[in-house]
Design a protein around this ligand. Structure first.
Ligand code: AP5
Length: 238
């Protein structure tokens, strides 16, 4: 069983990159790593959705692109990530969920980390641990179409695999009705999966070629996937 309750919050963890197609479980696993190691989840999808909800310039630029299931431009996303990584809570490490997603973003991240290698004030000076979640296509479709989340507390459910106790109502934020994400509609899922195949697969190949990619079977139940990831992180720091 996974051990999300035991915290390991004293040592520097560094950058953890979670790669995988839409619905692979990146967000689900990022939250568990965050709980265990006390480092923040930096989800570019969540940051972009916050910008859309707040109507910022970035949100206005990203809204239609996201609704079509395409990728937001590298410049906009990299600037957003740079600002987030400079916040003090990232000093011991951070989990990149949904970034990098293009070859250009991967190159940008390497350049950023290389600059960090010469910055002795930050303790997280190492290449990221890159974990790829592999999940069968039909399972991905079920996960995406079944996903619901709580607009109050952010908890993620799945009507097929992790349903709430009461139909469409959050277990924790009492009475809050769960919602489906705007881009989890069937007509947007295929463009998202295509963007992954065409633009993000090469990122995984790049990390594989440089010996930094660790693949995990994401088709297993959530706790088992968490166990595999915790083992990788423990081995990496042993
Ligand atoms: P983003 O928000 O990153 O979406 P995504 O990559 O499509 O990933 P998802 O959030 O759909 O899936 P996930 O892997 O986090 O799965 P989850 O844990 O929720 O991006 C959205 C959009 O923003 C993009 O399309 C793009 O437009 C833009 N964007 C974001 N980053 C960008 C970037 N870097 N560059 C350019 N544009 C960018 O799980 C899914 C469901 O499965 C849940 O219901 C969960 O409960 C269930 N589940 C999880 N694990 C399991 C399991 N092991 N067994 C059974 N069910 C499970």
């Amino acid at each position: 069983m996974a051990k999300p309750m035991t915290q390991e919050t004293s040592r520097a963890v560094g950058a953890v990159v979670l790669l995988g197609p839409p619905g692979a479980g990146k967000g689900t696993q990022a939250k568990r790593i965050m709980e265990r190691y006390g480092i923040p989840q930096v989800s570019t999808g969540d940051l972009l959705r916050e910008n859309v909800a707040q109507g910022t310039d970035l949100g206005i630029a990203a809204k239609a692109v996201m609704a079509r299931g395409e990728l937001v431009s590298d410049d906009l996303v990299c600037n957003m990530v740079r600002e987030r990584l400079l916040l003090p809570d990232c000093k011991r490490g951070y989990i990149l969920d949904g970034f990098p997603r293009t070859a250009a973003q991967a190159g940008w991240l390497d350049a950023l980390l290389e600059r960090e290698l010469f910055d002795n004030s930050r303790p997280t000076r190492a290449w990221p641990i890159v974990i790829q979640l592999e999940v069968d296509y039909n399972q991905l479709l079920l996960r995406i179409t079944g996903r619901r989340s709580c607009p109050t507390c952010g908890r993620i459910y799945n009507v097929h695999f992790q349903p709430p106790r009461f139909d469409e109502i959050c277990d924790e934020a009492h009475g809050t009705k769960l919602v489906a994400r705007n881009d989890d509609r069937l007509e947007v899922i295929q463009p998202r999966l295509t963007a992954f195949q065409e633009q993000t697969r090469p990122v995984a190949e790049y990390y594989r070629r440089t010996g930094r990619l660790i693949s995990v079977n994401g088709d297993r139940p959530v706790d088992e996937v968490t166990d595999q990831i915790f083992r990788i992180l423990e081995d990496h720091h042993a």
